[in-house]
Design a protein around this ligand. Structure first.
Ligand SMILES: C[S@@+](CC[C@H](N)C(=O)[O-])C[C@H]1O[C@@H](n2cnc3c(N)ncnc32)[C@H](O)[C@@H]1O
Length: 265
């Protein structure tokens, strides 16, 4: 029998097409502190070529544009790239080119994606959507020049079974193209297996309102999120730092930020 259920990529395209406008000014995605950390970690150079994987509406690409020669931003969802193009025009950014592409299936006939093309590859707030994370990382490392730098910023989970399962469930209810937020230890292993040396790996947290997970989400999934959160024990609530603030539930979101260098040539 032929499996006709939508692929993860079909789901991602549907979800991000319907929510593209939300990402233009999403507080989490325009967070200047995190974008600043990425630029500082990379120490970008004027002659560099950069690839921004899953560029979305382009925030990471725009943060690096003043410091490098050229940026290619790829994304699966044309609607996100339309918003990225509009932002680039509004901001007068001329050294970023956006290309529709799936990191798992880059176009064979486009020499942009040949081996060893880029000094820097960034991938921010997107790896948790990749259906084949290891294959995606191998692709990124393949396109890096020898000693090139891979920068990852993504939602993660701490090394805690309860937080791992509850946060991954909440994020799947938020977005059914969610695959997995990984633990720092898993990132370390995945990057080493992809052919990188991890230079720095750290985590940070943000306290976020529940509405950041419920906006444009089906009432059925929102009800399930409320069901999960109201059934937590006091100890579990404490682990998530779940508090009522300004009439709304807030909880911790965990993130990982990593610089990894391609080993060898
Ligand atoms: C939250 S947005 C990215 C945000 C952006 N990187 C930034 O810094 O603002 C996640 C993006 O991942 C893209 N995406 C998901 N799976 C992908 C894949 N397999 N290949 C390329 N892009 C993908 C989605 O289309 C979406 O635009």
């Amino acid at each position: 029998m032929i499996d006709q259920s939508p692929s993860i990529e079909d789901r991602a395209r549907a979800v991000f097409s319907a929510r593209a406008d939300l990402y233009i000014a999403s507080a989490s995605h325009v967070d200047p502190q995190v974008l600043g950390w990425l630029v500082e970690m990379a120490q970008p150079q004027p002659g560099w070529r950069m690839l921004d994987v899953a560029t979305g509406t382009g925030h990471t690409a725009f943060a690096f544009a003043p410091y490098v020669a050229e940026i290619i931003g790829i994304d699966l969802t044309p609607r996100m790239l339309v918003e990225a193009e509009k932002l680039a025009a509004q901001r007068g950014v001329h050294n970023v080119r956006f290309v529709e592409a799936d990191i798992h299936e880059l176009p064979f006939d486009d020499e942009t994606f040949d081996d060893a093309q880029f000094d820097l590859i960034t991938c921010r707030r997107a790896a948790h959507h990749f259906s084949g994370i290891q294959e995606a990382l191998v692709e990124m490392v393949r396109m890096l020049k020898p000693q090139g730098l891979l920068l990852i910023d993504d939602r993660c989970v701490p090394e805690d079974d309860f937080i791992d399962s509850v946060m991954n469930r909440l994020d799947w209810l938020h977005d059914e193209s969610h695959v997995r937020e990984y633990r720092p230890s898993q990132w370390q292993t995945m990057l080493e297996e992809a052919g990188c040396r991890v230079v720095t790996l750290s985590t940070y947290t943000r306290q976020r309102p529940l509405s950041s997970l419920t906006e444009r989400v089906s009432p059925h999934n929102v009800a399930q999120m409320h069901g999960i959160l109201t059934s937590l024990t006091p100890k579990q609530r404490q682990k998530l730092a779940l508090v009522e603030k300004d009439g709304e539930l807030h909880s911790t979101h965990w993130y990982v930020i990593i610089a990894a260098q391609k080993i060898g040539g």
